[in-house]
Design a protein around this ligand. Structure first.
Ligand SMILES: [Zn+2]
Length: 262
């Protein structure tokens, strides 16, 4: 048995980044995989505009958990395989409390492989994503979980592993995303980029037109040079992090500012 945990900051991140690989591992591969999903938050503030304020919080959390369960049922992953880590959407910290919470969870699960959001060379500078990626790295690097799972990052600018899929497989992603009805405002925008992005990744994988991309993180000191990004990745990474739309103020930054003033 091989245990694989897919970690996501918000419900819908896995569908947009790992849908094909998850589907293959959970339904098509003949190996004995146990697939679990951990969600740092329930995305309970993931609605734009003040007109939705009354739904945000506990109510939206319930709806989004159901949406996640529906999406995972397409992969035949049962609801009891989902763990919610209990953080507030938009306020995921990186601190000792979070490290010990993740370490306890992973210690209990003893996974062989973990997938999580890229923490360093990321194309998405949402602090919930960066901090979730960081905590996974920290727990493994500092041997906090009693095992050494293989760590892969999705949403990476520095991929070294690709999972290929065919044109006709796009309907799987449509089906998965259709489960996240509350997120259509965002998903419709992201979906436009999904095909070209997958096509670009597919150029790196012989025999496949489309692909999902991942970065395997190497912890062994012998393989450290495999973690080094190319100059192109460094430039893109810098470019992404300096773009004005990525410099949005996250709630924790605002809180920090407010605390300084008071
Ligand atoms: Zn997210």
């Amino acid at each position: 048995m091989v245990k694989i945990i897919f970690v996501q900051p918000h419900p819908d991140d896995l569908e947009l980044n790992c849908g094909h690989l998850m589907h293959y591992l959970s339904t098509k591969s003949n190996k004995n995989y146990v697939i679990k999903v951990a969600s740092t938050t329930l995305g309970e503030y993931g609605l734009p505009g003040a007109q939705y304020d009354k739904f945000k919080g506990d109510f939206l959390a319930k709806v989004r958990l159901r949406e996640l369960q529906n999406a995972l049922s397409i992969h035949k992953i049962p609801a009891e395989n989902i763990t919610y880590l209990g953080y507030i959407d938009g306020l995921v910290p990186f601190n000792r409390e979070m490290i010990s919470k993740f370490a306890n969870y992973l210690k209990k699960e003893q996974p062989d492989i973990i997938f999580g959001p890229e923490a360093i060379y990321t194309s998405y500078y949402h602090m919930d994503h960066v901090n979730t990626g960081k905590v996974l790295f920290y727990c493994i690097y500092h041997n906090l979980i009693g095992c050494r799972p293989i760590l892969y990052y999705y949403q990476t600018l520095s991929p070294n592993f690709y999972f290929g899929f065919k044109e006709e497989d796009f309907h799987l992603i449509d089906q998965l995303l259709a489960c996240h009805k509350t997120q259509f405002w965002l998903i419709n925008r992201v979906k436009m980029m999904y095909k070209p992005k997958s096509r670009l990744a597919g150029f790196n994988l012989a025999g496949w037109k489309y692909a999902e991309k991942y970065r395997r993180v190497y912890f062994n000191s012998k393989n450290q040079n495999k973690n080094k990004p190319s100059l192109r990745v460094k430039i893109r990474s810098h470019w992404y992090s300096s773009m004005p739309w990525f410099q949005a103020k996250y709630p924790q930054d605002i809180l920090k500012e407010l605390n300084k003033k008071s």
